[in-house]
Design a protein around this ligand. Sequence first.
Ligand code: ADE
Ligand code: ZN
Length: 346
Amino acid sequence: MIAPDLSRFIAGLPKAELHVHHVGAASPRVVAELAARYEGDTAVPADPALVEAFYDFRDFTHFLQTYLQVVDLVRTPEDLWTLIYGVGGDMAAQQVRYAELTITPHPHLARGFAPREFCEVIEDARRRVEADFGTLLRWCFDIPGIPGPPADQTLSLALDQRPDGLVSLGLGGPEDGVPRSQFAPHFAAARAAGLHSVPHAGEVTSADYVWQAVRDLGAERIAHGIRSVEDPALLDYLAEHEITLEVCPTSNVCTRAVPSLAEHPLPALVQAGVPVTVNSDDPPMFGTDLNREYAVAAELLSLDEKGVADLARAAVKASFLGAEGKSALLAEIDAYAAQNSSAPLT
Ligand code: ADE
Ligand code: ZN
């Protein structure tokens, strides 16, 4: 447990979130509301308390199966808009000023969304979030770990529609037995078109998958990447090339990627000089939020207020926000830290 003063400091700290999935970030209230719309045609409960109980995962595969059941509740433009707008409001309440939201378009396209309609809805929700809450959203379009048409469709959507908020291409879903390298042509095309590369790798597999992401997909940041800890040469490489790992501690415990928070490799990654950010991944699904993940990191890394503010700065620096936006958000963090520090003035 961290001190109440540090919790308060975290709660008010302006933050950036780099790794959070759009459906995984939906509040149990919004998920229950969507489930009520499709009662009889979904196993997802229509009561927020039961939704929370529904999020109890045996392992990573079970988590992904559950996740897809919630994804399947997003069937109309209004469903999608409601979900993203709600996520934006929840983030703003945590003082998240900037978020890169990972969206997996494929299941929505398979459910009948036309590519242009899909992008118009998310862009409209993004603009409303910014106007109403002041939180900037950017998109990472995520290939759902399935080669062939799902991967091709994700890339086509990104390149043909190219919504204003899109900054990167991702790769998520199942990882074991899904070599990262097979998606090299997709990432090469995305990078040639100016998109950043942020695949999941080394969440539940091995350091080898992280090497593939770095070497074959040109990864600039890695989603999770915690298994890098098993390979000292990889740790050196990540540190030397300043490839940031988007670490999500509570997620890793809830999906059984690591046995417990006490055994989480975050301290070893930091010790090895690897740049890290702290993120929430699918927060209500894991009974967490970004503030809580900062508290978890503070405990694992024995951070004080300055250390926590440095974590927030690291996320801004590793983000794909433009130079001006970065400077403004860093200045806001500095001002907050100066005004709210409980350290005695010297
Ligand atoms: N989709 C949603 N959450 C995910 C995770 N933690 N890993 C891979 N794919 C995901
Ligand atoms: Zn993720």
